[in-house]
Design a protein around this ligand. Structure first.
Ligand SMILES: [Fe+2]
Length: 205
């Protein structure tokens, strides 16, 4: 009954062991209860991993992502991203019209990032969110961008082939933070250092 499903399915080679909607016997997997799944997988959301695939399919993938994260790079790609914030509030920074905009995404809210908008999710400790991203075709380019957090000027824009992204991104940001010349804003002289775990700023609302 299921040979047609298997025959027509293309396993994503990047994540062959992640759930892709097809069970070991070739049948379509049953629905799952999201919050129950999260409760059963709590240990996967602790640092340094912080995220886990709910599904990793051919066309798109769905991740549960926990805070805290500790990075100040922005990401730009020719893809959309969809967020549902499940527990706690986060900030998603975007670079729009030459300046950095802080979007507060509260628990229970959704957020949608259009293609080619540089963005940086900032997740405090104790938060959990769901993120849907499009599977990137081979050869598509992704950008890791650093902006000055004082004057918002572009400090560095690095281009990667998306197939290298998992291995290359982390090392690339470490190399940037460690290099004083590269990580110093040429407009105002501010140094873009390696950040600690993100902490939500005090709010007045
Ligand atoms: Fe600057």
């Amino acid at each position: 009954m299921s040979e047609d499903i298997l025959a027509n399915h293309v396993t994503n080679p990047d994540t062959p062991d992640e759930p892709n909607g097809i069970g070991p016997d070739g049948s379509v997997t049953s629905p799952l209860h999201l919050m129950q799944w999260i409760a059963e997988n709590r240990s996967a959301f602790k640092p340094p991993v912080g995220n886990k695939y709910l599904y990793s399919g051919r066309d798109f993938f769905v991740m549960i992502v926990a805070g805290p994260n500790a990075r100040n790079d922005f990401h730009r790609t020719d893809s959309e991203e969809f967020f549902i914030q499940l527990e706690g509030d986060i900030i998603v920074k975007t670079h729009e019209g030459g300046r950095i905009v802080d979007h507060l995404v509260r628990e229970g809210e959704t957020f949608f990032i259009p293609p080619n908008v540089p963005h940086a999710p900032c997740r405090p400790a104790g938060t959990l969110g769901l993120v849907v991203e499009r599977r990137r075709p081979a050869g598509e380019l992704e950008h890791q961008i650093f902006y000055c957090d004082k004057c918002h000027a572009l400090v560095e824009d690095n281009e990667f082939d998306c197939s290298d992204i998992v291995s290359a991104f982390k090392q690339a940001m470490e190399d940037f933070w460690a290099d004083e010349e590269r990580s110093t804003c040429r407009s105002c002289g501010h140094r873009i250092g390696k950040p600690g775990p993100f902490v939500m700023p005090e709010r007045t609302d």
